[in-house]
Design a protein around this ligand. Structure first.
Ligand code: HEM
Length: 507
């Protein structure tokens, strides 16, 4: 009752006048409005339905947590940009702590905003947002090219094996997702840690699988997030999360960190400086020496966090591939683009990306349709949105699903149409243009750091696959995707592959 009462009226933090809280459904004892989310297959569909009744900003109570949901672009901008500094916190979900050694502040994405996070973010940005034509971008291009060769070799052998059991002339059914995940993991570890693992290295394959399990897991919503007293019922589940994360950390320590430390820190007598950093891992170790506020566990978790980003890229690549397989005209246009850029004489590389706007647009379209959620923000002070009072500690949900799929924002929103992101300039050059309301990586002070890596990794894998194969949906294995999620389960649908004729053999 107290929550309900506080929710209805309050004092404006700045001027002390009575200010209205956003309208919203009446909360039940104990569960608040959680049941309303259960009425739809996905919370974002529930948000959109509730916004029709209560307006574009409304409040609700989940368990005992006061929440506000914003549903249009202007309100979203107010939260993320104009008042970004009022909404820099993250919710305190038990699962988030379990994944990061008992403290979610070990994770850059799930921590509350602080000076320490600002410093960690600066180094991460340098490596994880490599600028075009920078040395880091050159390294990424080289690493990705090496990986694509290994990847295509393995796809060729998987396709050949599958074809032995397929009728002549039929495409091969291939469970491609684990291989895509492994290739992405290698692009990330090659770029961030100067280390590549064999696809036959069972410990590596296992860790890639665990990362994918965690990515799927972190994209689910659980009642225990808002009803922490349910924790005893989730004990086994939480234990599983902790043990996955511990296994990953131990792999990173023994297979990556130890070598870097031996080479860099223990091998040097004098001062270390950033110029000596060969890669992101070195940079973290040097930062640890330089910054008294940083501790060993911070950099281990940071590396784990960023290496784990490969899972998101792999899932997006798989979704893009599935969307292209289901839309053969899109596949043909990508193939025409890649053939024209490479002249059919070499395998596509990351350097071709700027000349392949249609392929880039297809990946953006996959991102739009998938509509990956923006991590909830939390008000770090008493403040307002659109004049409504919002108390410190309120969880703010950003309904970007409406932004990505609403008819108000997109023509033929339900269709997969990459060309919606293309514009021909006066000089006749076709360019990728993103409307301002398209913010798949969010915007403002907590915007995604990994977007360049995302676009690079998914581009090079999607383009090289389509360069060498016609990919289609296997009628026996329909494509199943999930609303408002870029995540697919680790065991997901296979796709059908038929080698194209007259394309260059992988090096
Ligand atoms: C499909 C791929 C990805 C999508 C759609 C995506 C999207 C997002 C979104 C929506 C946020 C939340 C921003 C906010 O709360 O306002 C975020 C945060 C973040 N992302 Fe990504 N991301 C992807 C991949 C990656 C990768 C590959 C990395 C790292 C290599 C990464 C690193 C981060 C970090 C560190 C944050 C937290 C920033 C902060 O809270 O200060 N992301 N991402």
């Amino acid at each position: 009752l107290a929550v309900e009462h506080r929710r209805r009226r309050g004092r404006h933090p700045a001027d002390g006048k009575d200010t209205q809280r956003p309208p919203g459904p009446k909360a039940w004892p104990v569960i608040g409005n959680l049941h309303l989310l259960g009425e739809h297959s996905n919370p974002f569909l529930a948000f959109t339905a509730l916004s029709k009744k209560y307006g574009d900003i409304f409040s609700m109570v989940l368990g005992s947590s006061p929440c506000v949901v914003v549903n249009n672009y202007d309100l979203i901008k107010e939260v993320l940009i104009t008042k970004g500094s009022h909404f820099g916190g993250r919710p305190d979900f038990l699962r988030y702590h379990k994944l990061f050694g008992g403290d979610r502040n070990n994770s850059l994405a799930l921590c509350d905003w602080s000076e320490l996070q600002k410093t960690r973010r600066q180094v991460a940005r340098l490596y994880c947002s490599p600028r075009l034509s920078s040395l880091h971008y050159d390294t990424l291009t080289r690493v990705a090219a090496t990986e694509v060769d290994h990847f295509l070799d393995r796809v060729a052998s998987m396709t050949a094996t599958s074809m032995k059991t397929t009728r002549a002339g039929q495409p091969a059914t291939v469970h491609i997702k684990p291989l895509i995940q492994a290739a992405c993991a290698n692009i990330f570890s090659g770029y961030m840690c100067s280390t590549r693992f064999s696809y036959d290295d069972t410990a590596f394959v296992h860790i890639v699988r665990l990362f994918d399990e965690i990515f799927w897991e972190i994209n689910q919503g659980y009642a225990v997030d808002f009803l922490p007293w349910l924790a005893p019922c989730y004990r086994r589940h939480m234990g599983k999360l902790s043990s996955w994360a511990m296994e990953i950390r131990s792999f990173i320590l023994t297979r990556i960190m130890d070598e870097h430390r031996r080479r860099l820190v223990e091998g040097e007598d004098g001062e270390l400086d950033m110029d000596m950093a060969r890669d992101f891992t070195d940079a973290l170790l040097i930062q640890l020496q330089e910054d008294p506020h940083l501790e060993w566990q911070h950099i281990i978790f940071e590396l784990e966090d960023f290496l784990g980003g490969h899972s998101a890229v792999g899932n997006l690549t798989m979704l893009s591939l599935a969307a292209v397989a289901a839309n053969p005209e899109v596949a043909s246009r990508i193939q025409a683009e890649v053939d024209s850029v490479t002249g059919g004489t070499r395998t596509v590389t990351l350097a071709d990306r700027t000349d392949m706007p249609y392929t880039e647009a297809a990946i953006l379209e996959a991102l739009r349709v998938a509509s990956s959620p923006i991590v909830p923000h939390v008000a770090t002070q008493d403040t307002t949105i659109a004049g409504y009072q919002v108390d410190k500690g309120t969880v703010v949900f950003i309904n970007n699903h409406e932004l990505n799929t609403g008819e108000a924002y997109w023509e033929q929103a339900s269709k997969f149409r990459p060309e919606r992101f293309l514009q021909t300039g006066k000089d006749g050059v076709v360019q990728v243009v993103k409307p301002a309301h398209f913010i798949p990586f969010s915007t403002g002070k907590r915007t995604c750091i990994g977007q360049r890596l995302v676009q690079s990794g998914s581009f090079v894998l999607l383009a090289s696959l389509l360069q060498h194969y016609n990919v289609s949906v296997d009628p026996k294995h329909p494509v199943v995707t999930y609303t408002a999620s870029v995540a697919l389960p680790p065991d997901t649908f296979p796709l059908a592959f038929a080698p194209r004729e007259s394309v260059p053999a992988p090096a």
